[in-house]
Design a protein around this ligand. Structure first.
Ligand code: ADP
Ligand code: MG
Ligand code: ZN
Length: 560
């Protein structure tokens, strides 16, 4: 099928020369009345995928959209192009809603935007039933799925009733963020065949991901803003309280910023959003309440002041940078407290137990992102699509700031044997304490000071050990049991590491060497003894063998 008519619409109405990747294919499927799912990155041009068929086909197109602000923007844009469009939602007076509905019944509109809840009104459904329809599109379709990061039950519950309406020629679903689970879920719910899923992939080549750890967040942000004065950006915080605090801090220092979160009045939010969109204030400090569907193309950076709850949210929020295709930065400021905060937020939520477990599972992937030493871009792409080949993007902070590669196999083996000796019943914190040989009372309570790996890595600080363990989880050399307090378990990779079949490498700053040859030989002998004891699985007394040597040194001297 050639899209002559559709290309003409693209050029004459929208003023664009050619289709973007995936647009033509999606439009083609829709015109042939195949239910279609388009998965494209934020800014990829999903709106045109239903707008152009909507104009090309007879009848009215109904767009279901989760956010009121999003509807108005889209409708304004269409109206500005001379296309008859409207929205009906609770922000309008009842009289206005009725007036618009009458116009819908009179087939005055090509596009009607509504929230899912609208379909709970029989008056609305009765009108829709009686007019010719072109298509029904689900924008932000991940909201349909409980596996998605923004599940809206009303989005899901209307689908069976919609399917009963005989005058809907075709369903269209669009999303930027979908894991395989979400894609399958949407497909099943809307009867979308594999052949009609158009997935352009997630990679946004103009975005550079950065991970910043162990720095004072506020001073980092101040110096960043200092260097990026002319640019527009968003700073996301995990809570309203954080947003308020950061806003006050920066305002006090004379930096002009906007603020947006659900605790503000609608008027305040409107003003903040408008000031940001129109470049009156270039910096927006916000919670995740801000941004869905906001089409501001020149956002040059998105900073996360704290780790978000999952990778879906992170990629969607970070993806608000660089919609114009220009190089932009996505920076995540990580501190270990972020993890506690997110766990707390999940625990406090109203979700049922199964959903909570699912959230913990997704949170763990987010934590892993913050501890991987591999390419950050690849980590994200792999999370959404296991088929993606892992590589180096050469622009994320892990690719760019790569330091010395260090073999830490021995150290990893000791960590793994410790997890095993502890009966695979404890989490990261307790394991680090045992490795350190901590005097913490809790260890005595569980008799963990009696096991052979107690103090085996005492040359390290607990913090360093925690970091190593998180790194191993991130690299899937250790498994975690899901839940609020995930316990560590061995997996097949751990067994391979323990058997010496799999080396473990980590990127670290260069370490000064000790050139004394006797010292080397001495260490080597002790290391052999240790490995034998672990291999024999003997109940040997607590190790003090290496308490005077850091494992950094050990692994440097004795790679496997
Ligand atoms: P999404 O919903 O996928 O995040 P939008 O539909 O809001 O993205 O489109 C993002 C931007 O890209 C908009 O400014 C839109 O006008 C523009 N755009 C869409 N399709 C094209 C195209 N074929 N050529 C040029 N620009 C396009
Ligand atoms: Mg969109
Ligand atoms: Zn990279």
């Amino acid at each position: 099928m050639t899209l002559v008519k559709e290309e003409k619409i693209l050029q004459t109405y929208f003023g664009y020369e050619t289709f973007r990747p995936g647009q033509g294919q999606t439009i083609n499927h829709i015109l042939q009345l195949h239910n279609t799912l388009a998965v494209m990155p934020t800014g990829g041009g999903k709106s045109l995928c239903y707008q152009i068929p909507g104009m090309s086909m007879d009848g009215t197109a109904i767009i279901i959209s989760p956010l009121i602000s999003l509807m108005k923007d889209q409708v304004d844009a269409l109206q500005a192009l001379g296309i008859p469009a409207t929205y009906i939602n609770s922000s309008l007076s009842t009289g206005e809603q009725q007036a618009r509905l009458r116009d819908v019944a009179n087939r005055r509109y090509k596009f009607v935007y509504v929230a899912p809840e609208r379909f709970e009104s029989m008056t609305f459904v009765n009108v829709i039933k009686r007019i010719p329809l072109a298509l029904v599109a689900f924008d932000e379709a991940h909201c349909i799925s409980q596996w998605g990061h923004d599940f809206r039950p009303s989005y899901r519950s209307i689908v069976p009733n919609l399917k009963k309406l005989s005058n809907i020629p075709v369903f269209v679903a669009l999303t930027a963020t979908a894991t395989e689970e979400v894609i399958h879920d949407i497909q099943e719910l809307l009867y979308i065949a594999d052949d009609h899923v158009v997935n352009t992939g997630f990679e946004r080549e103009n975005l550079s991901f950065h991970l910043v750890k162990g720095k004072d967040k506020q001073s980092y942000i101040r110096s960043f803003l200092e260097e990026h004065r002319e640019e527009s950006g968003i700073i996301y915080t995990a809570t309203r309280k954080q947003a308020d605090a950061l806003y006050d801090q920066l305002t006090k220092r004379g930096i002009s910023v906007s603020k947006y979160h659900a605790g503000l009045t609608e008027q305040e939010r409107k003003e903040a959003q408008a000031a940001f969109i129109h470049d009156e204030k270039s910096i927006m400090i916000a919670t995740n309440a801000f941004g869905m569907g906001i089409d501001k193309s020149n956002v040059r950076y998105v900073i996360h002041y704290a780790m978000p709850m999952n990778i879906e949210s992170y990629y969607q929020e970070a993806g608000r940078a660089g919609r114009d295709g220009e190089p932009s930065d996505c920076i995540l400021l990580f501190s270990p407290q972020d993890v506690q905060l997110q766990k707390f937020l999940i625990e406090q939520s109203q979700m049922d137990e199964a959903s909570k477990q699912n959230e913990y599972r997704k949170l763990q992937a987010m934590i892993n992102y913050c501890h991987t030493h591999g390419c950050l871009t690849s980590f994200i792409l792999d999370y959404f699509d296991k088929k993606v080949i892992k590589g180096s993007c050469n622009r994320c902070s892990n690719c760019v700031e790569r330091q010395e590669k260090m073999d830490i196999t021995e150290e990893a083996q000791m960590i793994l044997s410790c997890v095993k000796r502890m009966g695979e019943r404890f989490g990261v914190g307790m394991t680090a304490k045992v490795l350190k040989g901590s005097k913490d009372k809790k260890l005595r309570e569980f008799r963990l000071d009696q096991i052979t790996t107690y103090g085996i890595l005492s040359a390290y600080t607990e913090k360093e050990l925690t970091e190593r363990i998180h790194f191993m989880i991130a690299e899937q050399l250790l498994a975690t049991e899901e839940g609020q307090y995930p316990t560590l378990r061995l997996n097949q990779n751990s067994v391979d590491v323990l058997k010496g079949k799999r080396p473990v490498e980590m990127f670290t700053a260069p370490i000064p060497t000790n050139e004394n040859a006797d010292y080397h030989e001495d260490l080597f002998a002790r290391l052999r003894a240790l490995r034998k004891q672990i291999a024999d699985d003997k109940n040997v007394p607590p190790y003090v063998l290496f308490s005077d040597v850091t494992l950094k040194e050990l692994s440097r001297y004795f790679p496997t």
